[in-house]
Design a protein around this ligand. Structure first.
Ligand code: BGC
Length: 475
């Protein structure tokens, strides 16, 4: 009898502990699912002064790169002899945006957008550590002038996954002492564009870069080292902090709006009430989202992968180095415990949802969740990327409508979002996936460089028109 009592007692304690853990994980970022059949996606409203934009990054669209970490990477082979880029694609001429930017600005006008996010190519501006290519700087000045003349607000990203090969050879962001080179580049760019550009992004998605380049080995330099991953992640935050301070100390720097871009991907358990799935999802979230959001909130960075790396660093100044948080949102991931930790940490598409052409699903509710989550930083929010790879163009319209509905709902619920940039203006070079993915509002024929507006992109044009004509909030 006594044994049975003890057994029952242990069972109850375990069940309570189990529930407590699952509820705790769930309460961190509650799962959201809307019944779209009951929602009018045109029931939307946005603030009067809202940035409606499109986004690109230099390496993905400009063409004409050399001496860059990615041009080097394109010519390497993986350990198994396979090409580093899908289909052995090379970036090459890309969209020739370097030369065709006047046309592309016209295309932006046709969409009705009032903002453009692009990155400045470090390897073009500083071909060696000590030289500056003034022609390249002049090019970006011309781009900004042309944008401004067309009523389009420029937003500049300083680091979007690529840098000069010489920087990689020095050890890149693996070494804290190399941050000074990035700060120097930032100063050079700011000197050239500071009078034209109000919105600055220091670094695009530090965790994606650190993870893809140093953990998964899919981006250059192709390493797979958890310790280095943590160090690079930390150094990117330090680099952000240093660049923020450098720009603020330059002429008119105080008035600039400077932020970092964080990609928030929800890490959800594959089976909602499975404790082990929850645990795996929790660790994935900890290292992909929470560590960075917490660092900006509290000044304490903690990168922890059990059995692999445990790195803590106080960064007391970090929380004061954000004028806005840039939020990139694409989808959520699911995690299923398989018995093997490494295997369980491989992200799966969330079950039961429609796929994009990437290995993740369409989940517009996640944009709402992501906004809610980054709002805890108490900074204004700009959606710096959101988009879909859809070569058949049979999901884009719905994706855009639903995502913009989620955005409107968040704004309506009081979250302070200042702008939304669609990824991407054009089809472009999707890093290790080469030219296989089609994210563009405009389809690009890479042989002729002809751009064609996709049918599905009209959802974006329509919503911007709706905002211009009648659906403006005063806040
Ligand atoms: C990156 C872009 C990329 C996009 C689509 C973002 O994480 O910033 O460079 O093309 O996702 O995958």
């Amino acid at each position: 009898m006594k044994v049975l009592k003890i057994f029952l007692y242990v069972l109850v304690v375990l069940a309570v502990a189990y529930l407590a853990v699952v509820i705790y994980f769930y309460s961190q970022d509650p799962f959201v699912r809307w019944d779209w059949s009951k929602i009018n996606v045109n029931d939307v409203c946005y603030p009067k002064h809202f940035l409606w934009g499109t986004a690109t990054a230099a390496y993905q669209v400009e063409g004409g790169f050399s001496n860059n970490n990615w041009t080097w990477w394109e010519n390497q082979k993986k350990a198994d002899g396979k090409p580093t880029i899908q289909n052995n694609d090379k970036c090459g001429r890309a969209d020739d945006h370097w030369n065709l930017y006047p046309l592309d600005i016209k295309l932006m006008k046709q969409l009705g957008v009032n903002a453009y996010r692009f990155s400045v190519a470090w390897s073009k501006v500083m071909p060696t550590p000590d030289s500056i290519n003034h022609e390249a700087l002049k090019h970006y000045q011309d781009v900004c002038d042309s944008l401004i003349a067309n009523g389009i607000e420029p937003m500049v990203t300083l680091f979007h996954f690529t840098y000069p090969l010489w920087f990689q050879q020095l050890g890149g962001f693996e070494k804290q002492e190399n941050i000074k080179h990035f700060v120097r580049f930032a100063r050079v760019v700011y000197k050239a564009l500071g009078t034209r550009v109000k919105f600055w992004v220091t670094i695009n998605e530090p965790v994606v870069f650190a993870y893809s380049s140093y953990f998964a080995g899919e981006y250059p330099p192709g390493k797979t080292d958890p310790q280095l991953t943590a160090r690079v992640a930390l150094n990117l935050l330090l680099a952000h902090q240093a660049v923020y301070k450098a720009i603020k100390s330059m002429p008119r720097g105080e008035g600039k709006i400077i932020g970092i871009v964080k990609n928030v991907t929800q890490m959800d358990p594959y089976r909602r009430f499975n404790l082990l799935d929850n645990l795996i999802a929790y660790f994935a979230d900890l290292n992909f989202n929470q560590a960075y959001l917490r660092a900006f909130k509290t000044g304490k960075f903690h990168f922890f992968l059990p059995g692999m790396v445990n790195m803590k660093q106080d960064m007391p100044e970090l929380p004061s180095t954000l004028d806005f948080i840039g939020l990139n949102y694409y989808s959520h991931n699911a995690f299923k415990f398989t018995g093997n930790i490494e295997q369980s940490l491989v992200a799966l598409p969330y079950p039961g949802e429609q796929m994009t052409d990437m290995d993740y699903t369409i989940y517009p509710e996640g944009l709402y969740r992501a906004i809610k989550r980054v709002a805890k930083l108490d900074k204004s929010i700009i959606i710096t990327e959101n988009g879909i790879a859809d070569s058949l163009d049979n999901r884009r319209y719905m994706f855009i409508k639903r995502s913009l509905y989620a955005l409107s709902r968040a704004i309506n619920d009081g979250y302070h979002v200042r702008g939304y940039f669609y990824w991407s203006l054009l089809d472009n070079f999707e890093w290790n996936l080469g030219y296989s993915k089609r994210f563009g509002l405009y389809a690009v024929d890479y042989k002729t460089e002809k751009r064609t507006l996709r049918q599905g992109s009209k959802a974006y044009v329509e919503t911007i028109k709706l905002w211009k004509n009648k659906c403006v909030r005063k806040n």
